[in-house]
Design a protein around this ligand. Structure first.
Ligand code: AMP
Ligand code: ZN
Length: 282
């Protein structure tokens, strides 16, 4: 896909779903990979070209692992080229030890990191004045989540498969996904065309803890691309239907309250973060 076509697709998503508005303070969550870099650069371009009075910042959670310094260097380059400030959170400053938590639970490290990221990506940017959090989740991610959730009968999650998740609690940030209508290979081509540096996927920051790349996800990507080879526009058509479908799965009575330990928003008495980490905080 040519850069112009890529940008027009992303811009159409931003415009149609009102992902950006005047006065917004958007934190773009950066992992060092091509997807979150694409989210940052497309948002920057959209805001600049449309002269929107909104603030855009990069936000990175540094896991303080052996690879983290290398990852952060790449992110520093990305934000420098995009001319946006970068906020970094070092998890060691929170007194969190991933290793300690890993030993206490049988949950896989990817799931522990996921809980930690989701929690901090909402809390920290909000405390620093963000109105929205932008992530690099893209079309192929949602197509894979869709199939997995259908097969696992977790229909509720389909309600979240859309470009914007509005806040349902004063402490919960609105989440935006500018790359909802473009996928893995398009983001890679975009970064390459613009000379944006990124960490290749096969360098998982958590290899230190024995977490391999998501082989399963890669197989799903290949399956989706295989179907697309036979059915032109399969991905774009399916994601558009999923977005329309998402409203049928919304749980109207899901009450969001504050965690009794940390006061962050959750639908449980104690949030997933506190269940995992509250004993390991120094
Ligand atoms: P993942 O769950 O690793 O597929 O990442 C999903 C999205 O979360 C990425 O596209 C980024 O926007 C964001 N993200 C992942 N890792 C980090 C990190 N260490 N710091 C900040 N944001 C991140
Ligand atoms: Zn909590």
């Amino acid at each position: 896909m040519k850069v112009d076509l890529y940008l027009s697709r992303v811009f159409r998503t931003i415009k149609k779903f009102k992902l950006v508005k005047k006065g917004d303070v958007i934190f773009a969550a950066l992992s060092g990979g091509k997807d979150s870099a694409s989210s940052l650069f497309t948002l920057k371009k959209y805001i600049t070209e449309n002269k929107i009075e909104a603030t855009l910042k990069g936000f990175h959670i540094n896991f303080c692992l052996p690879i983290s310094e290398k990852v952060q260097k790449v992110i520093e380059k990305q934000t420098k080229i995009a001319e946006v400030p970068l906020e970094v959170l070092y998890i060691k400053d929170l007194g969190i030890s991933l290793d300690e938590v890993r030993k206490k639970t049988r949950r896989p490290i990817c799931s522990i990191c996921g809980t930690l990221k989701r929690y901090l990506m909402n809390k920290i940017p909000r405390e620093k004045g963000a109105t929205k959090l932008a992530t690099g989740h893209h079309m192929d991610d949602f197509l894979v989540f869709f199939f997995k959730n259908i097969l696992g009968k977790n229909y509720f999650w389909i309600s979240k498969f859309k470009p914007k998740i509005e806040s349902t609690h004063p402490k919960m940030l609105c989440k935006i996904r500018p790359l909802f209508m473009v996928g893995d290979k398009e983001n890679k081509a975009f970064c390459k065309a613009l000379g944006i540096p990124f960490i290749e996927e096969d360098i998982c920051p958590y290899t230190f803890f024995g977490c391999k790349i998501d082989v399963n996800r890669e197989k799903w990507y290949q399956t989706i691309y295989d179907i697309e080879r036979r059915h032109k526009n399969f991905r774009a058509q399916l994601i558009s239907s999923i977005k329309d479908m998402s409203k049928f799965f919304e749980e109207k009575n899901r009450e969001i309250k504050e965690c009794s330990i940390c006061r962050e928003p959750t639908d449980q008495e104690i949030c997933s973060f506190c269940k995992l980490f509250s004993n390991s905080l120094s």
